[in-house]
Design a protein around this ligand. Sequence first.
Ligand code: CMC
Length: 375
Amino acid sequence: MKVYSGLAGIPVVKSSISYIDGEKGILEYRGIPIQELVENSEFLEVAYLLVFGKLPTVNEYKKFVSDVKKHLQIDSSIINLLEKLPLNTHPMKVLQSAVPVFSAFEDVEDVLDEKHHYNALVRMLGHVPTVLASWKRISNKEDVIPPDGSLSYGENFLYMMRGEKPSKEEGDIFDKCLILHAEHTINASTFTAIVVVSTLADFYSAVSSAVGSLSGRLHGGANERVFYMLSEIKNTEDIPSIIEEKLKKKERIMGFGHRIYKTYDPRAKILKDMLKKLSTKKENSLYRIAEIFEREALKRLGSKGIHPNIDFYSGILYNMLGIPVQFYTPVFAMARIAGWTAHCKEYLKENKLFRPTQIYDGGHNIHYIPAEKRK
Ligand code: CMC
């Protein structure tokens, strides 16, 4: 028997939600190229597509948007809960703690009931931006700002967090970032979500566990670390030696490399193009540093199939939108609710409890030693 370390290359599900060609740099949601969705769609429409398997009709979409927007309002008990947390709690931990509490407001309790899938989806899509924006304000001792019904989904998040209404362009850029982060096949957090739902735990438990999984620095947590890494660079001439030093110490370059993509991550390419366009209007020194960093890192890692991934450029865009650095991974989670929910719903159609096996390599017949005789 062989151990499949990290389950690399082992299919665990059949799925029709998204597709990646890691050699050609292709990503599709329900068969539609990601570029086409970023150009033509909006995040909530993409969330509907991912979860329900088709683009919504005009009326279906109207109802869906209205249901999500209704849930931007959160119960005061959730705000009270946030107010009791230590002010330095990382927003990913706040999110992981708050999501299961949403189930208290749910009337459909059976995870096999499709109504639960819809209710949990619209509730999480609505509540999560408000929880995150409220936490930003509470942790900064600022007043919580309620959602504004006249704003779009993405604009509302920026408004509730910053306290100032975003421009149309800012709202559009943020919405496109959400589309890019909405889904990505069976990665660690999505796998976490389906493992949890396979026990017939509800979608709130699955998503809160997935949030924990996403927080790690090998997964979604990389975007925050890329920002710190780039911000520490004072002189662009130092970049080659900074990279050499990291590689000599066998440190990972954050925002580079991917288990599936062995070429440029198509999401990183779109983010970079958006940044390039934005930086012609609004000078950003980090973008200049990132471009040089990318060029130098690619000289050393490109031949090994290690290229920039989605986390390399996202943080700089978020910074330009006025989102604080600790909220970069939570924004990733906010978008990924769509993908996690889609996979949970799909997995439950032919649910099989996840219960892998192991190869035991410990001892046998080892006898208990009383405490005073232990060395
Ligand atoms: N910097 C330097 N070396 C790297 C990197 C990197 N970012 N990524 C992979 N390598 C090297 C690694 O050291 C190893 O070299 P060797 O064979 O000489 O020991 C080789 O490439 C294979 O590495 P691996 O860890 O076996 O490959 P993996 O498929 O498990 O790695 C990864 C995927 C994402 C964990 C890794 O590329 C990494 O740690 N990247 C940095 C963290 C990061 O940016 N994560 C975000 C991923 S994309 C967003 C998301 O899906 O969450």
